[in-house]
Design a protein around this ligand. Structure first.
Ligand code: BDR
Ligand code: CA
Length: 311
């Protein structure tokens, strides 16, 4: 079984990814970042998810703000003001541990050297802080999978070419992209090419267990926002990154490229710049994922919702 440590800001697609992780892997911890909504909400949502899957996964609250600049936007219009569709869940039983997320990342990767896959589904603030405290972190992880970026500039924020996770904390992304010699990058544009058909997804939700019921409830706000924007299909960015983390054989096509983060730029701060032509002569550090096996990906999601019999 894959051994995962997940940095996340739940978040509706984070929620789906966390369900996938618990269905397919051993989850050593959820380190929590601010992003989609504030840290208080994302931490509580992680605890709600731990209750839902009936696990004892530890939850570590992390950084409440980006490293340098305050964020310009959040994603409450997609995920709900509370980050989980404003359903109004009761206070979760699972508690948050008394250890900062960045310190937990360092401790857990020291306790399991070379074994854990780090899955980054949020702004990279906690990871950057961990790396700053201990630059040898990359040597201790098995793999790093990052959901972030828009590799040809089709972002999803008000800074047009920036994707949300990178745009929220560009300095943190820069620290991580320069500090890790090797990672898989699952970007926003890949997500757009791998949307679920709405009817098919509804069938999974109808056929699944309590996890599917939960997801149907938290997903309403995101679905309405998506429809208002004239988007077809169900988009779940973090679920794709989780699929890559759980089973790298889901990758059909990828290219190794040097990827940088724009830290200035009147219109482009937070953009990911991919050196497609290798002009900079720098060592490529990112495995830019360009296509996933849709059949395998769908099967992973169905199982996470308890709807595997529809396979
Ligand atoms: C990413 O930003 C967040 O809104 C999602 O949870 C995902 O991690 C997509 O750009
Ligand atoms: Ca996320």
């Amino acid at each position: 079984k894959p051994q995962l440590l997940i940095d996340t800001d739940p978040g509706v697609d984070d929620a789906l990814a966390i369900l996938m992780a618990h269905a397919h892997a051993d989850v050593h911890g959820l380190s929590i970042a601010a992003g989609n909504v504030g840290l208080m909400h994302t931490t509580r949502n992680a605890r709600t998810l731990v209750d839902l899957v009936g696990a004892s996964t530890p939850v570590f609250a992390g950084c409440a703000t980006p490293l340098v600049h305050l964020p310009e936007e959040d994603a409450a219009f997609v995920h709900g003001r509370d980050g989980l569709g404003d359903v109004g869940f009761p206070e979760p039983k699972a508690t948050a541990a008394d250890e900062h997320a960045a310190l937990a990342i360092l401790r857990l990767t020291s306790e399991h050297p070379g074994e854990l896959t780090l899955v980054a589904l949020a702004p990279l603030t906690n990871l950057a802080l961990a790396l700053h405290l201990d630059p040898s972190l990359p040597k201790r992880v098995k793999r790093l999978v990052v959901m972030g970026g828009a590799v040809t500039g089709h972002g999803n924020t008000n800074r047009v070419p920036a994707e949300f996770n990178i745009g929220f904390d560009p300095e943190a992304a820069h620290v991580v992209f320069e500090g890790f010699p090797d990672f898989d990058l699952v970007d926003w544009e890949l997500t757009l090419r791998h949307a679920f058909d709405e009817d098919e997804f509804d069938q999974w939700l109808a056929a699944g267990d309590h996890r599917a019921d939960f997801f149907r409830r938290v997903f309403q706000v995101a679905r309405e926002t998506s429809r208002r924007r004239g988007r077809r299909g169900i988009i779940a960015a973090d679920a794709l990154a989780m699929a890559v983390a759980i089973d790298p054989s889901v990758i059909v096509r990828s290219e190794r490229r040097r990827v940088g983060v724009e830290l200035d730029g009147r219109l482009t701060r937070g953009a990911t710049v991919v050196d497609w032509g290798g002009r900079l002569g720098q060592q490529p550090q990112a495995n830019v994922v360009l296509e996933l096996d849709q059949v395998k990906f769908r099967a992973m999601v169905r199982r996470a919702l308890g709807a595997e019999r529809l396979g």
